[in-house]
Design a protein around this ligand. Structure first.
Ligand code: F6R
Length: 602
């Protein structure tokens, strides 16, 4: 949902700004822009389209400016256009602003400023900010004071970076949208996310909500929400710069699918004690009285939550997956002995944070299963449980789904062990040892999958259905989401048994049905046959010796492991299927239309 970047230091700013925007493009790709401070004023370049379009317009620019800001947009107020692209400036081009978030009272501010003679040229909420700062400058305030007055007038969520003509500082503020500060020997970076400046530095200060920051080439001042100067710790991130590039792969999505053996290895590292038949999760919380778990997330993370809830229920721990956007309508006040688990890759999804805050208000214990260290969910929950999957840049979540589900599997065993009345999942020793073998098994699928042939075979169909039961149902839903997201084809995922209660009316010989049979699935075989009888091609995703293979038209093979692992491997096959269909259709795989990775609006 928009990415912002800013740099001040010894080097020419355009380089780090454009590199930063390329790394942040997963947050939105409707328009891009930069503003730098030159000797005579502010230079602004911006256009609708992607960062590559912006690069075309500034390729020949020889700017020696060492201070600037940049933005990549996911539209909320006003469609993608040159006028609505950030940075936004006041009419005299004295102040330029980039913003991620939503200014809720922008109409009121706009009315007041318009009455005072300030003019607006875009439909965005953001444009009120440079004009508000200009308003305070016009009333004799110094830039820092003008910035602070303006911030105090804003309502809503924001990460903002500002440059003011004739001034050597960048001013920034964080309230409800992520903002991190990178530090190296030559200067400073501000960005929505660490990968934006990871090519330059891995030393990071995680800013807090309410912080305002003044950054100069020679130093930084941070003031907290209580108006006190504060020192915030500089932390080293353990992500490597090559983790944020495509490497040998054509797309980030393909790279992220292929690096799952490594990311899964990191998720489980030190957390499995096979001989002791236990998981070692470092959770500093008393979970003994928990007998009700709410797993809450959106999109792919919600599907991981469904997987986790299904597993917890198998262990006699009462658990429910809830869509974060529906949490307020669907829960009522959670009982005291509830554990709320926010499942969120980014840790910044507005719907999930809203549900987390509601649960905290109700006084229940909270955990955040997240990928991003120090993300808002990680900081606001009682405890973070990091999935350690490394940066995920492709908009379609792949490796993080695998790591989330493995994390939730380990959590379910942890809860079952600390909760005396719960039972461990069937074959706990097999589960733990198969989890350890999972990275290798994923590698096996990546080497042997025939998904690309099937993608070609089943192109140009009317719709695609994915069915499964139990754990397989969450995989079916995730398979369909991935498929529609990057191919733009109609796809639906549901519990196999539901097929005959309505969707069967849609089934024809132009609607392949992908049947996940990695688990207890005799009934799925029957449901698949019901579809086949109506002409639908059936693709089984199952171990090779499963009896569904005899009736299916095609087969994507998974090893016969513990159901948790076989289902996750089925998901890897479906990731590949979606990817290859989308390549056949020449889709923008890493940047599907209308989407953005981190959805910071409700
Ligand atoms: C789909 C996808 C989205 C996200 C959802 C939640 O591939 O990536 O559905 O899963 O927007 O995002 P997080 O996990 O960051 O809360």
């Amino acid at each position: 949902m928009c990415g912002i970047i800013a740099h001040v230091g010894d080097k020419r700013a355009l380089g780090p700004l454009v590199t930063g925007l390329e790394k942040l493009e997963y947050r939105g790709y409707d328009s891009a822009g930069v503003a730098v401070k030159n000797g005579n004023g502010l230079d602004v370049w911006k256009c609708s389209g992607q960062v590559s379009d912006l690069k075309d317009t500034i390729d020949t620019v020889e700017s020696s400016a060492t201070l600037g800001i940049g933005h990549t947009r996911w539209s909320t107020h006003g469609p993608p256009s040159d006028e609505n692209a950030h940075p936004h400036t006041d009419q005299r081009n004295r102040v330029a602003v980039v913003h991620n978030g939503i200014i809720e009272n922008y109409e009121t501010i706009k009315d007041i400023l318009t009455a005072e003679g300030y003019e607006f040229t875009s439909e965005t909420d953001t444009e009120v900010i440079p004009n508000l700062i200009a308003y305070y400058l016009d009333r004799g305030n110094e830039p820092l004071a003008a910035f602070k007055h303006a911030i105090a007038d804003l309502e809503g969520s924001y990460a903002i970076a500002v440059v003011v003509d004739g001034n050597d500082s960048i001013y920034a503020a964080r309230q409800g949208s992520p903002l991190v500060l990178g530090v190296d020997d030559t200067g400073y970076y501000l960005a929505s996310d660490v990968p934006a400046f990871l090519d330059y530095t891995d030393s990071v200060v995680y800013l807090q909500d309410g912080d305002t920051v003044e950054v100069r080439a020679d130093g930084v001042d941070i003031v907290d929400g209580n108006d006190e100067y504060v020192q915030r710790e500089i932390e080293q991130v353990d992500w490597q710069p090559d983790e944020t590039g495509k490497g040998q792969y054509e797309h980030f999505m393909l790279k992220e699918i292929h690096t799952q053996p490594t990311s899964l290895q990191k998720t489980i590292e030190g957390r499995l004690d096979i001989g002791g038949e236990r998981t070692n999760l470092d959770i500093d919380m008393d979970l003994t009285s928990i007998d009700n778990v709410q797993l809450v997330g959106c999109g792919t993370s919600y599907h991981a939550a469904l997987f986790g809830a299904s597993l917890l229920n198998r262990c006699d721990v009462s658990a429910r997956a809830i869509r974060a956007s529906e949490y307020d309508l669907n829960t009522g006040t959670p009982p005291e002995d509830t554990l709320f688990v926010a499942v969120t890759q980014s840790g910044e999804t507005a719907d999930t944070l809203g549900a987390l805050r509601q649960a905290k208000e109700a006084g229940v214990s909270t955990l955040a299963v997240t990928n991003v260290v120090q993300s808002t969910a990680a900081r606001e929950a009682d405890e973070p449980l990091y999935i350690r999957a490394g940066p995920e840049i492709g908009v379609a979540a792949t490796k993080t789904f695998s790591s989330q589900t493995v994390m939730l599997t380990m959590l379910s065993q942890h809860l079952a062990r600390v909760n005396d009345e719960a039972t461990r999942v069937d074959n706990i020793d097999q589960l733990l040892s198969d989890l350890q073998d999972l990275p290798g098994a994923v590698d096996g699928i990546l080497q042997s999958s025939n998904a690309s042939r099937l993608a070609e075979k089943y192109l140009d169909m009317n719709a695609y259905f994915f069915i499964g039961r139990g754990l397989g149902c969450s995989v079916a839903k995730e398979g369909a989401l991935k498929f529609k997201e990057i191919t733009y084809e109609h796809a639906e995922g549901f519990a196999s048994g539901e097929l005959k209660h309505g969707p069967l009316a849609l089934v024809t010989d132009q609607t392949p049905v992908f049947a996940i049979c990695a688990d207890d699935c005799e009934k799925t075989v029957t449901n698949a046959k019901e579809a086949q009888t109506r002409g639908a091609p059936i693709v089984a995703i199952s171990p090779s010796d499963h009896r569904i293979v005899d009736t299916a038209d095609e087969h994507l093979s998974v090893p016969d492991m513990h159901p948790v692992c076989s289902n996750l491997l089925a998901n890897v096959q479906l990731q590949l299927l979606s990817y290859y269909c989308a390549t056949e259709l020449d889709r923008a795989i890493d940047k599907p239309r209308n989407l953005a990775k981190s959805v910071t609006v409700e």
